[in-house]
Structures are given as C-alpha cells and as structure tokens.
Design a protein around this ligand. Structure first.
Ligand SMILES: [Zn+2]
Length: 346
C-alpha cells in the first residue's frame, strides 16, 4: 500500500461552489479529500461525480472545526474506478457574498490488490493522568496491557501498531487541561498541540475527565472527526481524547474506549446511533431494530440501550455506548474494508 498526495493549493469556496478534479490512479483503492480553512466556516461537499458520470453520496467530517475530511469509498457498496472524479464543494451558510479560502489536498491510497493488513502509527500525549508520563508509560505494566488490548481489537480488522511516540504536555497545560471542559474549547486547545508533529500518525490525548458546563457527563472519549483529518496535525480536529484516570482499574473499558474513538477517527460510525434512527453505511454490521413507543398518543423513538440491543451489535467496538461489563471488541469485515482504505493505515 502507498499513498500519493494530490495538492490543490488554496481555493476560494463560495455559494457558486468550487470543483476539484480528483485524479484516481489505476491502482487507487480510495481517496480522501481534506480541506483546511478557518474554524467556524461551513462549507461542504455537495457532490462527487465519478468518471462515468454517476453521482455518489458521501458522508464525512464537515468544516466547522476548520478542517474537512471525507473518504471515498467508505463502504463496500461503493466501488472506485480510475479516472477523474469531480468533487464540488459549496459554502454552507450566510450571505451569498460570503466566501472562504481553503487549502485542499487529496490523499490517494493505492494498492495492486485489496489490502488485508496494515499498520497504524501513534503519537501518545499524556495530560495529567496520575502515574502516566512519556517516560513512565512505555514500561508501565497496566498501560502496556491497555495498549495490547487496543491493538488486539484492531487486529480483528488486520491492523497492528507501527511506530509509537510518547509526549508530555507542559505542567501548566496538564494542570489546566487534564479535566477537559468542552465548553471552553479545551479539547481544541489540546488537539492543536499536535502542531509540531510531521509524521503520519494518529494523535491520542490521555486526560482525566471530560466535562460540559462544569459537569462530568459520563463522556469517556471524543474523536476529532469521522474520519479525522489524516496527515494534518495542529488543527482543532487533529486528535482523539481518551479519559484514562481509572485505566489501572478498568484496562478493558479504557482500551475499548480508545479503540472506539480511534475507530471514529479512522472513518467508522456507530452501528446504530443513540436515537435508533441512523446507522453506519456497512451492510454486514447489525442494526438495532427501530423500536417505537407511544407517549401522549404520539410515536417516539426509544433511546437505544445495551439491554434493548442485545444480539444487535453490542459486542462490536463501534456500538454507540458501553457499560464496562459487556466486552465490545469485534470489528466486522466491512469495518475492516473502511480501515484498510484510510490513509493512516500503512
Ligand atoms: Zn462513538
């Protein structure tokens, strides 16, 4: 497998749209469009037209964090062919006079045969988790078993770890950000700390707790995008948060969380979303049946719970929630299809 980069430089995106000629090589197995602009500016991919003129639907990370990332194909239901794809993007909102300048690049993944295995490089950042620093982590027994479990989950989809680098943030940053308040933009501040990286690795930030409006809402991890931007460090979306304060007592749960959030960054969606209404685009992952209740004479969707979805994918790592008891380690062949086409998997 190899990845070639098609650089488009800076393009102005406005309500009239801009079209990128994405040139898929003969042995192209996927392409990923990445746009780097300014946070808060909404532009989106309107259409992708194949070399034979078919319009295909795509889903991916939108631009509001200053970075857009869309991988095609992200399901085996779609096939890719060599030739020129026309990818058209528009400015999303505001006045017709609005426009924004965006740096675009397209990562073409190439392989003569459909890939069956690959490696993933990691940059690990330690942000005030007791007992974990860049120097202690590589020899910490519980941390080593945590990493072995994460790799074990990914190996179900043919992915092993490659080069791992270990980093501390400054003491001041660790004091301030180990309890990461989402309302204060602290997650984005952490992800931007990856700016000094130039490797093709996935950035994980180990923190103690995630809060919203000063409260711990029980969120155990967050990915910077689905998929997150590959090869682009230092943006508000360039990383994955993992709460690891209890990693010594909960190796399995923290490992599943880390694999799950990393899975999002690598392009995997929840099998069924918490509302029961949305599903990933993969035919081989189970879906919870849509269960409709009756309240005040009106139909409504019951929030998915682990017990309600027994037998419908709760043992898959990309189930939308976990309880710390049910093991969630599985990845399906179609999830592997997506991972093998992500540029971060070498
Ligand atoms: Zn998730």
């Amino acid at each position: 497998m190899s990845v070639s980069v098609q650089n488009f430089g800076s393009k102005t995106v406005n309500f009239q749209g801009v079209t990128l000629d994405v040139k898929v090589p003969k042995d192209g197995i996927s392409f990923t469009v990445i746009g780097k602009g300014n946070p808060g500016e909404d532009y989106y991919i309107d259409s992708v037209v194949s070399p034979t003129g078919n319009t295909v639907r795509v889903r991916g990370t939108q631009s509001s964090k200053g970075v857009l990332s869309v991988q095609f194909p992200n399901t085996p239901k779609r096939s890719i062919q060599p030739g020129t794809y026309k990818v058209t993007l528009y400015m999303f909102s505001g006045q017709r006079s609005n426009s924004t300048d965006v740096q675009f690049q397209v990562l073409h993944k190439q392989s003569p045969q459909p890939p069956t295995k690959g490696t993933l490089d990691l940059n690990l950042y330690f942000v005030g988790v007791p007992g974990l620093t860049a120097s202690s982590a590589p020899n910490h027994q519980k941390f080593k078993s945590l990493m072995a479990k994460v790799e074990g989950i990914y190996k179900n989809a043919g992915v092993s770890f490659g080069k791992i680098t270990y980093h501390d943030v400054s003491k001041d940053d660790a004091d301030e950000l180990s309890v990461c308040d989402l309302d204060k933009g602290e997650m984005e501040r952490l992800f931007k700390m990856s700016k000094s990286q130039s490797n093709k690795a996935l950035n994980f930030f180990f923190i103690r707790e995630i809060r919203e409006k000063g409260q711990n809402t029980g969120t155990v991890g967050i990915a910077g995008g689905i998929p997150g931007p590959a090869y682009i460090h230092g943006t508000a979306g360039s990383g994955v948060l993992v709460t690891a304060e209890a990693f010594e007592q909960q190796v399995q749960f923290v490992a599943e969380t880390m694999a799950h959030e990393g899975g999002h960054y690598l392009g995997l969606y929840h099998l069924t979303e918490s509302t029961g209404q949305m599903h990933d685009p993969l035919p081989d992952t189970p879906e919870c049946p849509r269960e409709v209740g009756n309240r005040d004479g009106k139909k409504y969707l019951i929030k998915r719970s682990l017990s309600k979805c027994k037998g419908y994918g709760i043992d898959n790592n990309m189930f939308w929630t976990g309880d710390g008891k049910q093991a969630q380690e599985k990845l399906s062949p179609h999830q592997k299809f997506v991972l093998m086409r992500n540029p971060l998997i070498k």
